[in-house]
Write a protein that binds this ligand. Structure first.
Ligand code: B12
Length: 447
């Protein structure tokens, strides 16, 4: 069969004032460009699970005029997050009208398969592992089912998992690629739409498998920057040490998402710096404990709040920059949060900062709670799930306060001067830390 794999790429913001700010503020534009240039690891994984007798082609939706380029295919597999699911459905409708069968997969449709089935011949929920090969067999033999349930557990085990097919990206201008080392996060924060919602437990890939994938990807990219497509990379400390030692030998520059707990482990921080890790993104959510009430079942994030400055320092003093993420619109927040947060960010020395709006993604406990309380503004308007558009009634301020506060924070934080000051101050620390990291790396590379 000829199969098209279509990634719903690009990042969108709906609110006009924010979209306008997005193209004028240097610090914002810079980050936007960086993140917009990632291929879809979900689809490359789907490709890996496709028997070689089938012919595959990879498309980024933003490179298409109207979808008519996807012609002569027996099947189109479309992957989308929530923010662009409406575009995915519209494309699926067009393709089906033209006679192409369509299968939809990914985080959004895994939560709402009924909605997705209105636009697809088949929907895959959970991971493609354990489902996609069956779907292809059924389609070939004329017995395509409507719903396929993929594995939600042990996804990385042989027999279920397949290495992503990075070679499909050949000839494309990506400067970054992703590799996944784990799926899920046990913290289970109320707002998080990450993959624990499609996995029944935390899944960890063996270190050798990760390194084999990094090497495979590097065959197709000249000087690549690696992003780990994880929800929280360093949950398992023994695995983390082995992984970081192995990465030090690969000589790759890389980035990942983690929680703040690794900062309390000096050996892990040293290994992180020596491993080539350039930046970690940490969802601190708020520096104020009162904002974090009920964030996660164990109250873990709340306990971390007073330790943020120490955590940032532990990592940045070793030359690993921290991208600190903060959420606005939490129930404990009143309008005084905006100046307080700005003051905190300025004192923190954070090299990068990201502010997002509390967002009720489908399938999250947050979505269900806000819905039950009648606090959702435009229910089912998924194109508002951008992390920047307000789609709920905040408790401690008005919607207008929240929107204005967010814009004000952007204007204060992402000017050329402020961005430059943050990066320059981190660059100094990075220079100071370089020698220490090299000393730790040398024996690891020799061994
Ligand atoms: C890398 C990443 C990005 C990259 C994506 C690059 C790309 N082209 O895919 C970039 C930086 C561009 C990005 C952008 C955004 N992201 Co993002 N991102 C991630 C991250 C960290 C990893 C995604 C990943 O590669 N996972 C690994 C793959 C293997 O998993 P997967 O995609 O789920 O695919 C598996 C299954 O879902 C299924 N599957 C997926 N697609 C298909 C298709 C078919 C046909 C089949 C059969 C199966 C199938 O099979 C795959 C293998 O098992 C996730 C966190 C996470 N846990 O996923 C957040 C995450 C996906 N992002 C999120 C968000 C909110 C965004 C933005 C809206 C933020 C913004 N405004 O900038 C945008 C949305 C852009 C858009 N076009 O919609 C949310 C999404 C929540 C949601 N329900 O939509 C997540 C979950 C983070 C979070 N915790 O909230 N992101």
């Amino acid at each position: 069969m000829r199969i098209a794999l279509v990634a719903m790429s690009g990042v969108r913001v709906r609110t006009a004032e924010l979209a306008a700010l997005g193209v004028t503020l240097p610090g914002f534009v810079r980050r936007g460009k960086v993140i917009a240039s990632l291929p879809s690891l979900g689809l490359l994984t789907v490709a890996g699970l496709t028997p070689r007798r089938h012919e595959l082609e990879y498309f980024e939706v933003d490179e298409l005029e109207d979808g008519s380029e996807i012609a002569g295919f027996d099947l189109a597999g479309i992957s989308s997050f929530t923010a662009r699911i409406d575009d995915a459905y519209a494309l699926a409708d067009r393709l089906r009208a033209g006679g192409t069968r369509v299968a939809l997969g990914g985080l959004h449709v895994s939560r709402l398969p009924g909605e997705a089935l209105e636009h697809a011949d088949a929907v895959v929920v959970n991971g493609a592992e354990g489902a996609w090969p069956r779907l292809l067999e059924d389609l070939e033999s004329g017995r395509l089912q409507r719903l396929y349930e993929g594995a939600a557990d042990r996804v990385f085990e042989s027999g279920l998992y397949a290495t992503p097919r990075f070679e499909l990206l050949q000839g494309r201008a990506y400067n970054r690629f992703t590799v996944q080392t784990s799926r899920g996060c046990p913290r289970a924060c109320e707002l998080c739409a990450a993959s624990l919602r499609i996995t029944s437990r935390f899944n960890q890939k063996p270190v050798e498998k990760v390194i084999a994938e990094v090497r495979e990807a590097r065959r197709w990219f000249a000087e690549p920057f690696l992003e780990l497509a994880d929800d929280n990379s360093f949950i398992d400390r023994r695995w983390s040490r082995d992984f970081l030692r192995a990465m030090a030998r690969e000589g790759v520059r890389w980035f990942t998402e983690t929680d703040a707990s690794l900062a309390g482990d000096p050996e892990l921080c040293d290994l992180l710096a020596a491993s080539g890790c350039k930046q970690v993104l940490i969802g601190f959510e708020s520096p104020r404990q009162r904002d974090l009430q009920g964030m996660d079942p164990a109250g873990w994030k709340r306990l971390q709040a007073p330790r943020i400055l120490r955590a940032v320092d532990a990592l940045q003093s070793r030359g690993v920059s921290v991208n600190g993420c903060f959420v606005l619109g939490l129930d404990g927040q009143t309008p005084d949060v905006f100046p307080e947060l700005l003051d905190f960010v300025q004192r923190s020395g954070l090299a990068e900062v990201q502010y997002t709006v509390l967002t009720p993604f489908p399938g999250t406990p947050l979505h269900d709670r806000l819905r039950a309380d009648g606090r959702l503004l435009h229910e089912g308007c998924w194109d508002r799930c951008t992390l920047f558009d307000v789609n709920f009634v905040p408790r401690g301020m008005t919607v207008e306060d929240l929107e204005a506060g967010l814009r004000w924070l952007f204007q204060e934080t992402y000017t050329l001067g402020a961005t430059w000051r943050r990066l320059r101050s981190f660059a100094e620390r990075q220079r100071e830390a370089a020698a220490a990291a090299a000393d730790i790396r040398a024996p690891l590379q020799a061994g």
